[in-house]
Design a protein around this ligand. Structure first.
Ligand code: COA
Length: 387
């Protein structure tokens, strides 16, 4: 581990959903100002903007300098970070690593995505760019299609039922009812999932994260600037990113999320924690099968048991390790490049007692898992209460 401890001093976010009247810059600035207002003494030395497809979605690149300038912070080194749907988690990892190394003392991380301005087929095409242009895109496979194949294999190979798989979106939608920033605030039953329209057999509408706009931001600081003011801060105990073979079909075992397994193992080791100590996890459930395989890769559930454990209530609010406490990707929403930052903001809210009606009591350690591609990149953050 490096020299400095790293703290989240404050956070900001926008609601996820349709923001027809706001540009990608408007959303970024709104979330960033929320974070800056929460800790006015922390001046960001660097700015990182996690984003996946601003060029396609908003005809806009160069987000780092653009956000810095709009915030009145021209002069600050600023970068866009892209690793598909894990762009936000990767941006947090880069900022954390620089602060921990002692190279900088503070950073603003913004995650932003504007997806709704595109036609549905354009969105699918933009998302598919996270996969190989020569092979996967070439045959017209969307992410829903790839995850549909994975879900079929998972269910048939490991004997997982439709109702078991539905437990993950049911849990997410229940938690989102009281989450003000969530895209869908409606509880659903397993029957609603199994009767919803087919997207990519066997995945149905309610197995899939929606398309939405949104931005989230965190202000990170090293221990020198945090001294004496840690009351409402959380500590980033560890942050790791790992990658796997680029396409899912290149892997020996398609049902093992190797990037998540690797990043999670290293992060827990860096933090000096056993997985049993984790009291909350924000899990990347872009599709219900992805949620199940993610829980298995982190060892919270045994192989083939992720969805079954969810059905048994192992991850409900009130359990020893609730997941997706504001609705996860399925119900809070998945503005792709912003998602990893939303997860960190939500874990921060839980650790500092600012989660309102969604507050989980007694949270000591929280994990966020943010994936790009079909677990091709995985960004894991381990957060704890500031001490
Ligand atoms: N879950 C629940 N309801 C959804 C939904 C979802 N994922 N997506 C849309 N809806 C609802 C809308 O609110 C709307 O409801 P209304 O008629 O009551 O207003 C209705 O379904 C139709 O919405 P629409 O936007 O036309 O849906 P769509 O058919 O164009 O898109 C999906 C549905 C599932 C194809 C789209 O959400 C999708 O592509 N999701 C996956 C995104 C993705 O791949 N992300 C990256 C993962 S790696």
């Amino acid at each position: 581990m490096g020299k400095s401890k790293v703290y989240i001093a404050s956070a900001g976010l926008t609601k996820v959903g349709d923001h027809w009247s706001k540009s990608i810059l408007d959303l970024s600035v709104e979330a960033a100002r929320g974070a800056i207002k929460g800790a006015p003494k922390v001046k960001p030395e660097h700015i990182f903007v996690g984003n996946m497809f601003s060029a396609v979605g908003s005809s806009q690149e160069h987000l780092g300098a653009m956000v810095a300038s709009a915030l009145g912070l021209a002069g600050t080194p600023a970068f866009k970070v892209e690793s598909a749907c894990s762009s936000g988690g990767s941006a947090v990892n880069l900022a954390t690593s620089l602060i921990r190394s002692g190279a900088i003392e503070s950073a603003l991380v913004v995650g932003v995505e504007k997806m709704r301005d595109l036609e549905p087929e354009e969105t699918s095409k933009a998302l598919a760019m996270a996969e190989s242009a020569d092979y996967t895109q070439f045959v017209g496979a969307t992410f829903a299609a790839l995850n549909g194949l994975l879900a079929r294999y998972y269910m048939e190979h490991l004997g997982v039922s439709r109702d078991e798989l539905s437990s993950i979106p049911v849990l997410d939608h229940k938690n989102a009812v009281t989450a003000e920033h969530a895209q869908f605030r409606k509880a659903i039953s397993p029957e609603v999932v199994s009767r919803s329209s087919m997207v990519a057999d066997p995945l149905r509408l309610f197995d899939c994260a929606p398309v939405g706009d949104g931005a989230a931001a965190v202000l990170l600081t090293g221990e020198r600037r945090a001294a004496g003011s840690k009351r409402r801060m959380a500590e980033v105990l560890a942050s790791r990113v790992a990658t796997a073979e680029f396409s899912v079909y290149e892997r020996k075992d398609m049902l093992e999320f190797g990037a998540t397994k690797s990043a999670f193992g290293k992060a827990m080791s860096d933090a000096g924690l056993s997985p049993k100590k984790v009291s909350l996890a924000e899990v990347h459930d872009a599709f219900s099968v992805v949620g199940a395989l993610s829980l298995e890769a982190m060892g919270f559930s045994k192989r083939g048991m992720g969805a079954r454990d969810a059905k048994e209530g192992k991850y409900d609010q009130g359990s020893s390790m609730p997941i997706n406490t504001f609705g996860g990707l399925k119900a809070r929403g998945h503005p792709v490049g912003a998602t990893g930052v939303y997860q960190v903001v939500e874990a921060f809210m839980q650790l500092t007692g600012q989660a309102g009606l969604n507050q989980v009591e007694g949270v000591e350690y929280a994990v966020t898992q943010n994936v790009g591609g079909v677990d091709t990149t995985s960004a894991i953050q381990v957060l704890g209460r500031a001490s």
